[in-house]
Design a protein around this ligand. Structure first.
Ligand SMILES: [Zn+2]
Length: 377
């Protein structure tokens, strides 16, 4: 005796392809715990319990690689070896044994799957009434009135086949940088939206179970219209972004033109006067540094005529002048110290006389080495 069950199906999609040393692996986004695009859902616990039944199930497709629907005798083109449930969604990985199928998957031409499950316990999401014995749950009042959907609390995976689906987000297939040969993926968000949203390509029909087409009901059409609105909103955002980019490009080229002008100041009187003003400021600064230097050297006894000294130093850089000013200050300080401490104390760090020391310092300010003096000892 087997417990009564209902056969249910849903569509989902490839998530990742990895070519490894032990074979080619395709990971599919199997399910999540929200309402799927066939209008039913599963509990998290049911999904957790059902997931192991995926292992060792073949991945199939129709004879001669037909993928328009489930076929009674599918070809096995791979086998499921691993599952994962990182959150409220489940992944299943199949080792692909068929080279043609692997090529189609890699090219992004194939990717959607149709999954059939045996569901053992089903309730209405609104009134919790058991629906397992109900011949057609879509006739249940709450579900018919579009304010509820069927939830499976217990199910097993029966078969997983590659199918064709116009809603497949092929554009979402992304090479993973660097090892583009080895790994491509469809972002999880796209997988989830494929699993949940109605097929936009299939006009007024969607796959129900096992290749049987059914008319879309009002609720489904409503959802489809909502999705179209979402897409339209996304398109508006995209247009805004494009406009922003255009404005930025324009600003950039304006700025580049301005930079060109700046590089050629003669063509711009405003810039020319600005340049002249900057030059004048520089000259003013140089003069004040030069004056300070001459004053310091005069005070230190290193110069006797300020005008002659200024003339001699006027071509030196500001940095050199500042250094010379500092050195002149030290010489002056030495002299003062000598005078105050009397004849017993002489500043003579290298055994030089006062005059020699000041000459050495002065030479140093110009970057010359100390002069070789006649031996005094
Ligand atoms: Zn109900």
């Amino acid at each position: 005796m087997t417990s009564p069950s209902s056969e249910r199906s849903f569509q989902s999609v490839i998530h990742q392809l990895v070519a490894g040393s032990t074979g080619n692996y395709a990971t599919f986004y199997l399910m999540n715990t929200t309402r799927n695009r066939n209008g039913w859902g599963v509990t998290k616990q049911a999904l957790e319990e059902a997931l192991p039944t995926v292992i060792k199930k073949p991945l199939g497709c129709g004879p001669d690689y037909k993928i328009d629907k489930h076929y009674p005798s599918p070809m096995a083109v791979g086998v499921f070896t691993e599952t994962d449930m990182p959150g409220s969604y489940a992944l299943g990985t199949a080792k692909i044994s068929d080279d043609f199928v692997w090529g189609e998957l890699k090219a992004g031409r194939w990717g959607p799957i149709s999954v059939v499950v045996a569901s053992y316990r089903e309730t209405c999401s609104k009134c919790s009434e058991s629906l397992i014995a109900v011949k057609n749950p879509y006739d249940h009042d709450c579900i018919k009135n579009k304010d509820a959907y069927m939830i499976s609390h217990s199910f097993k995976f029966k078969r997983i086949d590659l199918v064709d689906d116009p809603a497949y987000p092929q554009a979402g297939l992304q090479d993973l940088g660097g090892s583009a040969e080895d790994s491509v993926l469809v972002p999880l968000e796209l997988c989830a939206s494929f699993y949940e949203s109605q097929s936009t390509g299939q006009a007024n029909v969607s796959l129900n179970h096992v290749g049987i087409e059914k008319k879309m009901d009002d609720k489904e059409i409503e959802q489809l219209q909502a999705r179209v609105k979402e897409l339209e909103a996304a398109a508006v955002t995209a247009t805004d972004d494009a406009k922003k980019l255009e404005t930025l490009e324009k600003e950039k080229s304006d700025l580049e033109a301005k930079v060109k002008e700046l590089e050629n100041p003669d063509e711009n009187p405003e810039i020319k006067s600005l340049t002249e003003r900057i030059a004048a400021m520089d000259e003013e600064k140089h003069q004040s540094i030069l004056t300070a230097c001459v004053e310091a050297r005069f005070k230190a006894g290193l110069a006797t005529d300020k005008t002659v000294e200024a003339k001699a130093l006027e071509d030196f850089d500001n940095g050199v002048l500042k250094f010379m000013t500092l050195e002149a200050g030290k010489v002056e300080a030495m002299k003062r110290a000598n005078n105050e401490s009397g004849p017993q104390w002489k500043y003579s760090p290298t055994g030089q006389t006062d005059l020699e020391a000041s000459m050495t310092t002065q030479r140093a300010t110009f970057g010359f080495p100390a002069r070789k003096l006649e031996a005094t000892a």
